[in-house]
Design a protein around this ligand. Structure first.
Ligand SMILES: Nc1ncnc2c1ncn2[C@@H]1O[C@H](COP(=O)(O)OP(=O)(O)OP(=O)(O)O)[C@@H](O)[C@H]1O
Length: 671
């Protein structure tokens, strides 16, 4: 949305408790999407040397630098007065270069006084790009959280409600608390939305100027608002409301989707965009319990290949003709559940097979307090309140011998793709966007722009190693931990892909007498303390992907002199971006640090996504380590196959979401 329109929003358009400002979604025609993909994927990268977006940013940096001395001479009162003037100047000039540069110089000065740190030039550069709705790619550790305060202050000061979106509650609370004093200086109210808050508390936070929140909490709040608004969420009703024909609706908590700044944008826009968010209500389990038990018992008697085909890479399971015939025959027997047709039975058996063969405890889910909780593969975190669809969740509960939760009915659903496109102004930042720039441009309309490094990186990367099997890998990891932590006194972060492997490694470390801490979806309550200690000399931290993104490990006394943090990656992820994020925990902001990958040839990634090549290598190498070039090839093959599968899943999910939305709006329901 253009600045002119954005800045024309009046306070009453942005009040809470009424149908609110958001972009009306129009499904782009295929040729528009194609053209956007071409532009963002090929033309823009080719134009990068001209760096059109960067020209404005560099001018902002230059002008802000020139104002440094002048700003430093102002006292607090004068700084506030100047901020009030610049507020008008930014509005009038629609966030023009001169006004924004002067305002950024002022924020930099204030930050130095109230937070004890001043924005680097690279952060000013990023700030300009973000304010104008780009996806700023800043290397890991360059200080995105702090850079975000510049556009956030500018937008909030001119009266736009700002949502700073991050990937989890821990980061939302941490960032809001750390940055609050800066916002307070300008009289801006900032708060964090975390899972525990009530609706009333949420409304209070959103009513402030700046809300830090996780993508999940924000989207669910939106879905609840849309459900509360019901039919009145349509553009027609909003128009009526603007004419004063509709009363305020206290059931909503948000104040519209005006400006969102999404941290770790590739994680939110891409990795988490495969599954839609579903607002559901629980029905009592009722008669389904009998069907679930029967299907599970029946499925236990079936055999792969004979009765069903397994496709773990998808992941999918399909009954074949023999399996279907067996279900049909079983229906006639006395043990079959009463009053259930063949279709429902076949579906239940298929779900039971998926529960038994595809979903493993401590990998795709954990059992905490008697409940099955899904673990998000890319973030390593529990996705509270999410459940698998179409009875699969209950099937897994039955497999684990837990009390069945009720069947769920969908009240509203939306994918992140459709949700974030509704913001009038959207911006994002991440350390890893290049690979997905085309998709982000096509789907979200966001151009990707790279921000120069503040200081040259001192990261050291050892040659990746690929051991013949998992046991050999763990032995090598143990040896490396001993060498780095015990002999050299460096802190070591070992990243594992699943909860199960983190526990396996933990047992091995304990047996070897190596003191360590574990951070995974089962112990997420201790996260802040674990991270606070993880940079100490000789401290060993074993963590799933929970520590793979956004986590800032501060180096302890004397650690930089010993080489800084050492990161060990024990399994490649489906996407190279996630690997890079894990390595990005070390060597931040010009600190020393290093990383190494120690993987195994029989890792799931290779087995599922490059089965032929990995089998061939296993045969040819017969226990030896592959040459670096061969490992590179294997990794490329597996990761690009996994990524293209995920891309297809995202496209399918978006298509289904649009179809369902069209059906629901046709039948008179909002979402
Ligand atoms: N201008 C600055 N002056 C001093 N310290 C800074 C500055 N900017 C950021 N930092 C510090 O640098 C560290 C890294 O910042 P932060 O965690 O925001 O990085 P990041 O870019 O978000 O990293 P990641 O990509 O891993 O999420 C933090 O400890 C932060 O306080």
């Amino acid at each position: 949305m253009s600045e002119a329109l954005l800045l024309r929003l009046r306070p009453r358009d942005l009040a809470s408790g009424r149908p609110y400002a958001e972009r009306d979604e129009r499904t782009p025609a295929w040729h528009d999407e194609f053209a956007l993909g071409l532009w963002h994927g090929w033309v823009r990268p080719a134009l990068r040397p001209l760096d059109i977006a960067g020209a404005g940013a560099r001018k902002v940096v230059r002008l802000a630098r020139a104002l440094e001395v002048e700003m430093a001479a102002l006292d607090e009162q004068q700084l506030r007065q100047r901020a009030a003037l610049l507020r008008h100047a930014m509005r009038r000039s629609r966030f023009g270069v001169d006004a924004v540069a002067a305002f950024f110089a002022l924020v930099r000065e204030v930050a130095g006084r109230v937070l004890g740190k001043r924005h680097y030039d690279s952060q000013l550069h990023a700030g300009w790009l973000l304010l104008h709705g780009s996806l700023a790619e800043m290397a890991t550790g360059e200080g995105k959280t702090f850079a975000a305060t510049l556009p956030v202050c500018a937008a909030a000061l001119v009266g736009l409600p700002v949502h700073v979106v991050t990937v989890n509650d821990y980061l939302a609370a941490r960032d809001a608390e750390a940055m609050a004093p800066l916002y307070a200086f300008f009289g801006l109210r900032c708060g964090a939305i975390v899972h525990e808050l009530t609706r009333a508390q949420r409304r209070e936070v959103y009513a402030g100027d700046i809300a830090y929140c996780s993508n999940k909490e924000l989207t669910f709040d939106y879905l609840r608002d849309r459900t509360a608004l019901g039919d009145r969420a349509s553009p027609l009703h909003r128009a009526l409301a603007e004419g004063g024909g509709m009363s305020d609706n206290p059931a909503t908590v948000l104040r519209g989707l005006t400006f969102a700044l999404v941290d770790e944008a590739d994680s939110v826009f891409i990795d988490e965009a495969r599954t839609p968010l579903i607002l559901s209500a629980s029905l009592p389990p009722g008669a389904r319990g009998a069907l679930v038990d029967w299907a599970l018992a029946f499925a236990r008697g079936l055999q792969p290949a004979r009765d069903f085909d397994l496709e773990p890479a998808q992941p999918r399971v399909r009954l074949n003709d023999t399996g279907r015939a067996a279900v049909e025959a079983a229906l006639d027997s006395a043990a079959a559940p009463p009053d259930v047709g063949l279709r429902a039975c076949t579906e239940a058996v298929t779900q039971a097979l998926a529960a038994l063969w595809l979903y493993r405890r401590d990998q795709q889910y954990v059992v905490v307090d008697g409940k099955v909780q899904i673990v998000d593969e890319s973030t390593g975190r529990v996705m509270a309140d999410r459940a698998w669809e179409r009875g699969l969740h209950q099937m897994i509960e039955a497999k684990e011998g837990l009390v069945l939760s009720g069947e769920r009915v969908t009240l509203a659903r939306i994918t992140y793709q459709r949700f974030f496109r509704r913001y009038l102004r959207l911006a994002g930042m991440t350390g890893t966007a290049t690979e997905v720039a085309a998709e982000i441009g096509r789907v979200y309309g966001l151009p990707v722009a790279r921000v120069p490094l503040h200081r040259p990186s001192l990261a050291l990367r050892a040659r990746p190693r690929c051991l013949p099997d998992a046991d050999a890998r763990w032995a090598a990891v143990l040896a490396s931990v001993q060498a780095q932590a015990q002999q050299q006194g460096r802190p070591v972060l070992v990243g594992t892909r699943t909860v199960q492997s983190s526990e396996h490694l933990s047992a091995l470390l304990a047996a070897a007498g190596i003191e360590h801490v574990v951070l995974n979806a089962k112990h997420d309550r201790v996260e802040a303390e674990v991270i606070a200690r993880a940079g100490g000399s000789g401290v060993v931290t074993v963590a799933t992907n929970m520590a793979g993104r956004g986590t800032d490990i501060a180096l302890g006394e004397g650690v930089a002199g010993r080489g800084g943090l050492h990161v060990i990656l024990t399994e490649f992820h489906d996407s190279a971006r996630i690997d890079r994020q894990l390595f990005g925990r070390a060597a931040r902001q010009g600190d020393p640090g290093s990383g190494e990958a120690i993987v195994a040839l029989d890792d799931e990634l290779f087995r599922l996504h490059a089965p032929l090549l990995s089998a061939l290598l296993q045969r040819l190498l017969a226990g030896r380590e592959p040459h670096a070039a061969l490992l590179w090839l294997l990794r490329r093959a597996a990761q690009s196959s996994a990524e293209s599968r995920h891309r297809a899943a995202r496209a399918a999910s978006l298509k289904q979401d649009r179809r369902l939305a069209a059906m629901l709006s046709f039948s008179g329901r909002g979402e």
